[in-house]
Design a protein around this ligand. Structure first.
Ligand SMILES: Cc1cc2nc3c(=O)[nH]c(=O)nc-3n(C[C@H](O)[C@H](O)[C@H](O)COP(=O)(O)OP(=O)(O)OC[C@H]3O[C@@H](n4cnc5c(N)ncnc54)[C@H](O)[C@@H]3O)c2cc1C
Length: 459
């Protein structure tokens, strides 16, 4: 990158908000030695627009970053370009308690937003597994959600409008403060979940929920996996939990070893949460005890224990080896097929002596498989992964590996939607971003554009 260009960035943002320091650039690198050329810290949407406009004129790549907690999951390694750190976008421009909405900048973390919303007895429900440090912008880009997705939905369900900087540097507003606010295309929903490849989200009008009067998490330990699956199926149908997670014995043991023990024993445990009015929650908890108290060990968590339980769930992948030590597979299934998939996957691992653990957002039919092999051993476990793909496909679902850059696997899935889809996606990207400057290393685009371009410096 030319010194003249970096000087122009410094003129736009102030020299203290533009850095070529290798240590800072390394923090914004997706993989290995592939560093961005420069890291910039704009103050607001206007400054983001100026940076993107300049980059577009020069054909330089721009890659948005929130907290950076999970950027690797959506990005391929990339050398060069601008890392656009959005963490100075912190303002709450309006908090309207009566309309239960807020107009906020997107560089702020979920937990710090919720600290403010709680003063009005409101909250923003998405609870990504990476925790409350995730920025709102990162969650919008990934449409993130965690265990409470069962009761509350995903980030998109809380968006009424957005301010976006387009890949060519224009500021665009979508939606508004009212629930019915679309007269053209539903641009808010179209741009949210586009993984930073169609626009930089700089502000959001979010819809808030009243804090529930009471929330009770329960942990249930079952002697057999089959019983846990059956109980989870019935609990969702009959008792309406807001979260319903399953973890198998291998994971429970790994959590114990890594200092996050669960309070129950068995072949599997369920972590269920009930939230709402006190009388309703008390009734739900009584029902769980009456139905499963004999078969399972049931532990009701108080406020402090609840935090520990959710933290254990968040630590699942790390306990199994994390990004460098485990292969992370993800199955999306019809709810009715979830129990069968979990049990068949477990048998598959047992018969093959495969060290692997399972954790499921059971209520949503989403199962994480943690294979205890470094991602570099991907080829060696090809057969197991193939079997898991077959199991998921046979149940009408999908199995993908998340921390391996196997673009062919993703491409096959997209192609399965018919031959017209990839050309259509390509036309959308090219119409909005003709010079392909915005997040050219997005995994979602790598198979739409040419994957080879993803690791080269643009401009
Ligand atoms: C495709 C994908 C799906 C995910 N789904 C889930 C999920 O369902 N549940 C869950 O718990 N976690 C999920 N995650 C992981 C993680 O919880 C989320 O990415 C979380 O939002 C990270 O927040 P962050 O601030 O650290 O974002 P980062 O890690 O900094 O960025 C994440 C992605 O969003 C882009 N981005 C960040 N901010 C903006 C912005 N303001 N405008 C445009 N693009 C931006 C980045 O370029 C990057 O591609 C997902 C991650 C990805 C990439």
């Amino acid at each position: 990158m030319e010194a003249k260009f970096i000087k122009e960035l410094a003129n736009l943002l102030g020299p203290e908000h533009v850095t070529e320091d290798p240590a800072v650039r390394r923090q914004a690198a997706v993989g290995g030695d592939y560093l961005p050329d420069v890291v910039v810290y704009p103050a607001d949407g206007e400054e983001v627009a100026r940076v993107v406009r300049l980059a577009n004129e020069e054909g330089v790549a721009v890659i948005p970053w929130g907290a950076g907690l999970h950027a690797r999951r959506g990005l391929l390694p990339y050398k060069g370009g601008i890392a656009l750190r959005l963490t100075r976008l912190q303002k709450i421009l309006e908090f309207d308690r009566d309309n239960q909405t807020a107009w906020v900048e997107t560089g702020r973390s979920l937990s710090s937003l919720n600290e403010v919303f709680r003063t009005g007895r409101l909250f923003l429900p998405p609870d990504p597994l990476e925790g409350g440090d995730c920025t709102l912008g990162g969650c919008i880009a990934a449409n993130a959600a965690g265990p409470r997705k069962l009761g509350y939905g995903t980030t998109k369900d809380y968006l009424l409008g957005l301010e976006i900087v387009s890949p060519t540097g224009e500021i665009v507003r979508t939606g508004g403060k009212t629930v019915k606010n679309v007269q053209d295309y539903d641009n808010t929903r179209f741009l949210a979940g586009s993984w930073g490849s169609l626009g930089v989200v700089t502000k959001a009008m979010v819809k808030l929920k009243p804090l529930p009067e009471k929330e009770v998490p329960l942990c249930l330990g079952f002697p057999r996996l089959e019983e846990a699956c059956e109980a989870a199926f019935n609990m969702r149908q009959e008792l309406g939990p807001v979260a319903l997670e399953l973890m198998d014995a291998v994971l429970m043991e790994a959590l114990q070893e890594s200092g996050h023990p669960l309070p129950v024993r068995g072949e599997a445990c369920l972590l269920a949460a009930f939230a709402g009015f006190t009388e309703a929650v008390d009734w739900q908890v009584d029902q769980v005890r009456a139905k499963y108290g004999q078969a399972a060990e049931v532990v009701e968590a108080g406020e402090d224990e609840a935090a520990t339980l959710w933290e254990a769930r968040r630590q699942a992948w790390r306990a199994m080896g994390g990004e460098e030590g485990a292969i992370l597979g993800s199955a999306s299934l019809p709810f009715t097929a979830t129990g069968k998939f979990v049990q068949e996957a477990r048998s598959l691992f047992l018969s093959g002596q495969q060290k692997a653990a399972l954790a499921a957002h059971f209520g949503n039919g989403h199962v994480h498989v943690f294979l205890k092999h470094p991602p570099s051993h991907y080829e060696a476990v090809g057969e197991v992964l193939g079997r898991l793909q077959d199991l998921a496909a046979g149940a009408g679902g999908l199995f993908l590996v998340e921390n391996i850059n196997d673009l062919a696997m993703v491409r096959r899935w997209v192609e399965g939607r018919g031959p017209a889809l990839i050309p259509l996606l390509r036309r959308i990207k090219e119409a909005l971003d003709p010079r392909r400057v915005l997040t050219p290393n997005s995994k979602v685009l790598a198979y739409v554009l040419d994957a080879a371009g993803a690791t080269e410096t643009a401009g």
